[in-house]
Design a protein around this ligand. Sequence first.
Ligand SMILES: *Cc1c(COP(=O)(O)O)cnc(C)c1O
Length: 481
Amino acid sequence: MTAQTWPFEPYKIKMVEPLPVTTRARREEALRDAGWNLFGLRAGDVTIDLLTDSGTAAMSHHQWAALLGGDETYAGARSWTRFERTVQEIFGFRHVIPTHQGRAAERILFAALVQERESEVVPSNAHFDTTKGNLELLGRRAKDFPISEARDPSTRAPFKGDADLTAVEEQIRDGKVPFVMLTVTNNAGGGQPVSMANIRGMGELARAYGIPFVIDACRFAENASFIRQREPGYADVAIPEIVREMFAQADAITMSAKKDGLANIGGFICVNDDEVATRVKQLCIAGEGYPTYGGLAGRDLDAIAVGLREVLDEDYLRHRVGTTAAFVEALAARGVPVLLPPGGHAAYLDARMFLPHLPWDHYPAQTLVDEIYLEGGVRGSELGTVTFGMDSTTGVERPATWELVRLALPRRVYTRSHLEYVIETVAAVHDRREAVRGLRITSQPRVMRNFTSRFAPVAQAEALDPLEPPTRKFATRSARD
Ligand SMILES: *Cc1c(COP(=O)(O)O)cnc(C)c1O
């Protein structure tokens, strides 16, 4: 186990928000009311909220000040000019189109790119769920091409987010690929970074076959920080330069400002091609708003513009990536099974190894995420059979490839002592793991069931005689490929 020091927070606190402190009895009640689904909890019952790193960042005083300077002119606002100039400088594209968040950027750009082509499959290192959803809504298939090292949770490869370019090329040769994608960092695959070599390779492949290359840029700054840290030749290259080099390879990007925009809402599209930009702007007007505000208030554009510069700060990134690493390594040192090496924004606990006595249809990851909440009021998210195990077209349920609990770290929100409390909480569950019993589903929709399914402890659920259980089928293949 690599010893990992905790970097100190490169900021101080000048506004505080009290944390709810709850009793075990209150948490039991809250969990029962929520049907053992943590999405059903109210914020007042959560002490440390690691459900997501999306839209949960603490804004800086410069961002709050920028909000007051927001210009709410409908078309061509001064806020828009500041936003456009910042995004162009950082990412280097000709056209910038704002959207209300990342998934709107996906919906619009994909619709503009698949137009008039007979095309079926969009390859990526790993599609995020909204990316996949937006492609499927257009009748296209989203297909993941991770490298083989990504499949082993304990291999400490430096760039486990890379795509398997040989397999991507085979897919392109088969025809019907409208464009290729990379997600940086790879969220679905554990927040693992993509190397500059892989980004360059994907760019060369796209150019060789005359198709566009789109980057899902949500965690671009965290990715750049890993390139600097781990890729030979980049140790002395400034972060903004690494970012420019990454995006010089791409034809377009989709971005969620709720991640590395350090904002609470927002997103955007960047594109170089004039014709694609024209189509994107039309779709933006139809669904989001005039293309100089794209579903956002002028003040939001200003907060994002400031956030995009702050996220490139070396001290910020050293703390961000260093804290995630220290957190993950500390869990590993306590014997907690975690995905390695640490990624940029979260710890991923392997629930199958944590609770080996639970069968897959007692939902080990859901059980674990609930136990961690009961233990200390810490909320994580399930990324296992509940989220990925249901085939929505057939209604058949099978074990997902991974059975993970994600503890995502909001940016600039929690301090080291909060995370030490989380480590103690998880370790306490680990100490009593053999006594943990699983869950049964008592009600569920077929689509996106992780958000609204209700559960009950196995013993109680059987007494309740739940609804007809879903059809089950064992399979070793990924439920997602
Ligand atoms: C969050 C996220 C999105 C979608 O962005 P939203 O702002 O939540 O709509 C797309 N891709 C990745 C990799 C993400 O993490």
